[in-house]
Design a binder for this molecule. Sequence first.
Ligand SMILES: [Zn+2]
Length: 403
Amino acid sequence: MSKKLLTGSFQLMKSLNRSVILTIIREKGPISRAEIAKVTRLTPPTVSNLVKELLQTGIVIEQSLGESSGGRKPTMLTLNSSMFHVIGLDVGSHHLKAALTNINGKIIRKEIIPIPAGVTKEALLTLMADSINHIKQEAGVIEEHIIGIGVAMHGIVDVDKGRSVFAPNLQLQDIPIKEYLEDHFQMLVKIENDARAMSLGEQWFGNGAGVDSLVCINVGRGVGAGMIINGKLFHGQNFISGEIGHMVIDINGPKCTCGNYGCLQTFTSGPAIAEKAISELKLGQQSLLAEGDLAKISSESIYEAAVAGDAFSRNILAQAGRYLGIGVTNLIHIVNPKRIIIGGGVSAAGSFLLDSLKETIKQRALTTPAKETEIVLSKFGEDASVMGAVALILAELFSTRSN
Ligand SMILES: [Zn+2]
């Protein structure tokens, strides 16, 4: 089949009323045509016609449900979630992660490939295209059944133009990701900052489902936040909303990559936590970590030592949690979200970090409800950004629930 059909099938599902019906089937299915007409206030013949078109694409299927109070059993409609797929990419500092999921967000296949040091824009784009081709082949899915490609990218992303404006950890600027991938694959491509994508992913199928004010914090090599405000992802005017890694916590603190001093991420990013541990161990602190090569210490090895009972490592993580707690308290005072989700590599430290983070919020937040802001870990851990990339496409296909 031709590639054009791809865009065609997406367009067919996407038109406004179809998208509304698709969303209702996703949220309330199995559901009858009559019920859809009632909920949407579209006329029954209109619903019938639109449903017929959706049935033809294969994204909706009919299902006869057992129970019926006499009379004819109503034919129920449900999403054919295993037939269609989405590809998500998470472009990090050292690795590119690709996931192929169904439209319920179930990962069918996942791959991680290293990004070579000193990668050029062109080489990075080629790497992205290669990983998409590879995961498609390995998963053995039909090309026409891939709805689109979502890309979560660290740094500053121009969502409208689909470009990475600045990817600090790769030292790259102005990468035309959307244009390149759309040319290459002839399908819908959306790109977004990784923390913002993550918040969308948590809202779609993670620990943020049904929460209208939500902040997700991605703590990895850097620290970034994505905010869902009144049910919608917030971008800000120039796409730097949520850059909380550069919120200054201590004006006399260490110098940050951005040039300022004492930014949040100079205390809580993975590399910052490792650096802190190394500098204290050099002063002669007792720790399991002191037995190995200091240069190889990472936030992961600190976590492993903490699990093994190493008091020094537990203290290092608790200290990072306290700083993160200060940043999060500032965020609570600005946004006042119902729930905050912590994800990214450093979130693997779990309660070693979370306990002191929560304690800090209890000590510092202004009011009792603010002190009790829900703090949870991402449902997807290290996959939070790639699941967010998948959600970018689903958010296009399904109209949002309430606006
Ligand atoms: Zn900074």
